[in-house]
Design a protein around this ligand. Sequence first.
Ligand code: ATP
Length: 293
Amino acid sequence: MAVIEVTDLRCTYGAHTAVDGVDFSVERGEVFALLGANGAGKTTTLEALEGHHAPAGGRVRVFGHDPRAERRAVRRRTGVMLQDGGFAGELTVRETAELWARLGSRAGDVAHDLERLDLTARADVAVEQLSGGERRRLEVALAIHGSPDLLVLDEPTTGLDPESRRRTWQLIGELVDAGTTILLTTHYLEEAEALAHRVAILRDGRIVRAGSLGDVSAALPARISFRAPPHPLPDDLAALRTHGRLGELVLETHHLQRDLRRLLNWADTHDLTLERLHARGGTLEDAFLGVIA
Ligand SMILES: Nc1ncnc2c1ncn2[C@@H]1O[C@H](COP(=O)(O)OP(=O)(O)OP(=O)(O)O)[C@@H](O)[C@H]1O
């Protein structure tokens, strides 16, 4: 049985349809990333899974339960981190974590949670004095309390510096190794690439592309980029040109090996060194920009 099953989910705010017929499932031990531009419907989908939002239609099951009708059964096994955690600013980090732990039903070690998010040194600081990144880490620390079977993370690393982001990724990796299932949203495509087994890209409340990282970028062209050389390219290569940065040429091709060989042969004939030469297959970012634009 899948940990999460979402079938034809529809969510509305008054006359506005925020989620418009979404289907996906997440298996045990999987990391599944919901991607999409601002307002695509990611947070609303998570809220429906949490039981915070009553769907206008469709079916949501978490561990086989309806998250609204059987909220306790779902919450017991689910660690949640929602945007703007709604902390009381005057409580300290430790007090907040202890309060949260008492409100939940999972036993766990608050000090260990803070340690894992590198917040031990900030334990006695009032939450209102935390930086944006520290606050975000506190939200993650609360979500992982008591080792939930499912973690729902809404933009877990937004506002984190690169080092903290890497550490959070490492922590997520450790949790997955320990068998945790993770549903996350992110605006960082490299985060989805680093963590997710599967992704779904939402646009205007609908899934426009979904699958493994390989699946979503499989049909996309590869790119070859290099600093603009002093000689014009031959016609067959010039025909592959697409937009690049100033002073850079970018070629798009579905025949990477063939066209790269052509380019290198041409450079050899002109005794040219192609500076900043890069060749790569289609990426998640290409897929994302392709469906979002
Ligand atoms: N409480 C609300 N009342 C009215 N409309 C809302 C409410 N919350 C969200 N919406 C609208 O629903 C749509 C989906 O919003 P949602 O927050 O789910 O998007 P998102 O993909 O999470 O965006 P972001 O990346 O900006 O967090 C948007 O058009 C948003 O304006």
